[in-house]
Design a protein around this ligand. Structure first.
Ligand code: TYD
Ligand code: MG
Length: 467
């Protein structure tokens, strides 16, 4: 059999390009033996049961003194759960799990830390850096999963960490470690074990350059919880994002900072994202975005510059490129900014990625501000989706965003007019509304003549000088 290492498609003949995931050169010959097939059918047959008669064993979550981690998991570690921690190589997965292991040993007993990638010496060195002594933390340097599980049974720990599922293999499968068959079967085996023993198991997985764990998305449906550790290699903060959770809500994020002594929690992330903000507010807008249920204030910067050669260029860092094209087009057509001969660069500081359309207005304002060379009041935040006809659309959970801005001391919120009725006005914040992007640009940009910003009280035509 030939199996695509990206998506798991099976084929009886070798194919240069996978018809399912369109990747080239991903088919690898795999010998399918009868023993490999028998693994799947080894689970005992269980009779059907009525839902009302199903008893729930206690699912007391194991809550750790690491608040951000608990929050991402939906309140703590669920016994018997299989959690996949994915991320780029070097982002800090091993560091995070070593720290978590140490916390578990202090509240819950022994931890088995299986490392298929690093020697025990390397882990010891890391532990020294993290200030972890390692009582009740047992290291296993083994890549044969059958042997691992045998040893883990003997140890009977309260938690198991398998550092990199890609390094594990089952000898009965005749493929190399890291291949899709191995990774899938190893994960399924660990899942079975976790459910039988009631012990939580954490596995790490590298994201390949296509952005999926172990090539395939196939692991995501096997495990209970999928967490991604994200962040810019160059910046210190790390986001732990939950994309699947069978025991709680997804879309939660935890914010950490990588320091010399490992990952530390960031209790007030908005403050962190804003801490580097300079005093120059031309082309810089603060936008409250929602990450899961959590509002975060981030800074969006834009720079527009006359094109010196050929085609004008657009560069988007941290926002969707097509979104930038859309917003630039609306600014040209509906607001009247002549951006056709301008290079436009947009950057979200701190390396964060914004996917919400709620940031549209902020991006548009930043571009307009840079293009017009007019500052934006530093005490203002902007919220709103921009429509193709230049209208401002309301966004979800406006009140949360406004409250977060108020909490961090912002004085003005520029929001779509349609949204204003739905929210209570928080203390100390002035809500400035606009129904079109044109109007928003007019009230958002500070005119040199009227420091403190226009309040939108001028008649509609007086803004012609602005454009
Ligand atoms: P690591 O956990 O090995 O990454 P992964 O398991 O995801 O591949 O993290 C490696 C990076 O973390 C490394 O580049 C150095 C950095 N780091 C610190 O900055 N401080 C620390 O205390 C530790 C242990 C690592
Ligand atoms: Mg690692």
């Amino acid at each position: 059999m030939f199996i695509c290492q990206q998506c798991g498609k099976e084929s009886l003949q070798w194919l240069g390009r996978c018809p399912t995931c369109q990747q080239w050169n991903t088919f690898v010959e795999t010998r399918v033996t009868s023993s490999a097939k028998s693994i799947k059918s080894s689970a005992p047959l269980r009779p059907a049961r009525e839902l009302s008669a199903v008893a729930i064993e206690s699912t007391d979550r194991l809550s750790l003194p690491l608040h951000e981690f608990n929050r991402v998991l939906g309140g703590g570690i669920v016994p018997g759960s299989l959690v996949l921690v994915g991320g780029d190589p070097g982002i800090g997965k091993s560091t995070l799990l070593l720290q978590v292991s140490d916390l578990v040993t202090s509240v819950h007993g022994k931890v088995a830390y299986v490392s298929g990638e690093e020697t025990q010496r390397q882990i010891k060195l890391r532990a020294n850096r993290l200030g972890i002594k390692g009582d009740s933390l047992f290291l296993l340097s083994e890549t044969d999963l059958t042997a691992v599980l045998e040893q883990v049974e003997v140890l009977s720990p309260g938690m198991v960490v398998v550092d990199s599922i890609q390094a594990m293999y089952l000898p009965e499968l005749e493929t190399s470690p890291g291949s899709i068959t191995q990774v899938r079967e190893c994960t399924a085996r660990l899942m079975q074990w976790a459910k039988q023993s009631g012990v939580p198991v954490f596995i790490t997985g590298h994201v390949t350059k296509e952005g999926a764990i172990a090539g395939p998305k196939t692991l995501e449906h096997i495990v209970d919880v999928v967490l991604y550790l994200e962040g810019d290699q160059l910046s210190a903060y790390r986001l732990l994002r939950c994309v699947k959770n069978r025991f709680g809500s997804t879309n939660e994020i935890g914010v950490f900072e990588m320091k010399e002594k490992g990952l530390t929690e960031v209790a007030n992330p908005s403050q962190m994202f804003l801490s580097q903000r300079g005093t120059e507010t031309i082309g810089s807008v603060i936008v409250p975005v929602l990450e899961g249920t959590r509002p975060l204030l981030v800074e969006v910067q834009a720079l527009s510059n006359p094109t010196s050669f050929g085609q004008p260029r657009r560069t988007a860092n941290g926002i969707d490129f097509n979104r930038l094209l859309l917003i630039a087009a609306v600014l040209s057509k509906r607001v009247g900014l002549k951006l056709g001969n301008q290079d436009i660069l947009v950057n979200v500081t701190g390396g964060l990625k914004i996917e919400e359309p709620a940031a549209d207005l902020g991006i548009a304002l930043a571009i307009a501000s840079s293009f017009r060379d007019l500052p934006i009041d530093p005490g203002t935040v902007a919220i709103g989706e921009v429509g193709l006809s230049g209208e401002l659309r309301s966004v979800t959970q406006l009140d949360r965003r406004v409250n977060e801005a108020a909490r961090l001391g912002f004085k003005r919120c520029l929001i779509p007019r349609t949204g204003v009725r739905s929210i209570p006005i928080p203390q100390g914040v002035e809500l400035v509304t606009a129904s079109t992007l044109r109007e928003a640009v007019r009230v958002g940009l500070m005119n040199e003549k009227t420091p403190g910003g226009n309040t939108g009280s001028q008649p509609e035509d007086s803004d012609s000088s602005l454009f």
